[in-house]
Write a protein that binds this ligand. Sequence first.
Ligand code: ZN
Length: 87
Amino acid sequence: MTCQHMKFEASCKVARLEDSGRFMLEARVRCTECGTPFQFLGLPPGLNLEGATVSIDGLEANIAICPQGQRPNPMQGLMGYELKGFN
Ligand SMILES: [Zn+2]
């Protein structure tokens, strides 16, 4: 029977980039029943210290983060809040 992918394991780790002093969240998700890793959708491949990207194989999201208060809160830009891919 094909796995319905009902149970997941998400692994996250935070990397501190020594040269720039910046922080990056590295996230992966896989189904714990069949082991299939999940691909991240809609992220450009690469590394972006000011945004979110995905690894070349699509399986690791790299999301730039910073301590609260160092940057303007995204809620201040709520007019640009986007919803995509809903039907
Ligand atoms: Zn599965």
